[in-house]
Design a protein around this ligand. Sequence first.
Ligand code: THU
Length: 158
Amino acid sequence: MENLKIELNYKNLSFEELGNEEMILCKAAQKAALNAYAAYSNFKVGAAVLLENGEIICGNNQENASFPSGICAERTAIFYANAKYPDIPIKILAIAAYSNGEFQKYISPCGICRQVLVETERRFQKPVRILLCGSGQVLDIEKGEDLLPLAFNDENLG
Ligand code: THU
């Protein structure tokens, strides 16, 4: 038997420590959160992706009375970016959440969004850096794969 360990390395930054690019992206995610359609959870999430061509594409959660029909902010932004620019890799994904009248502590992508992130990284053969933009505190994660170790992927399909 072999005991193995997977470690997650990430940074905890204050807003003041963010570079210009990161700051712009976090603000874009926050702005996108305000436009979310969260009629059932009242939990508004915004996502902003920075593409390699410099463009920023935003998305937010879109809910539905039939709950599973809704979609998270992260997938809205990633799918929109990939639909608009199928050949341009995503460099950074920033996420922010707003509820009860204020921006929330950082939130982390759900399992389905992590799976989509891994697919995006494999598709473009490029890591997607993730910024979890909390109020006053930002977690900086090197790549989506770090959030979904041992992920199911295209290789498993043979
Ligand atoms: N949600 C997101 O959009 N992204 C996340 O990372 C977590 C959850 C949405 C889904 C649903 O509309 C609401 O937040 C409450 O779960």
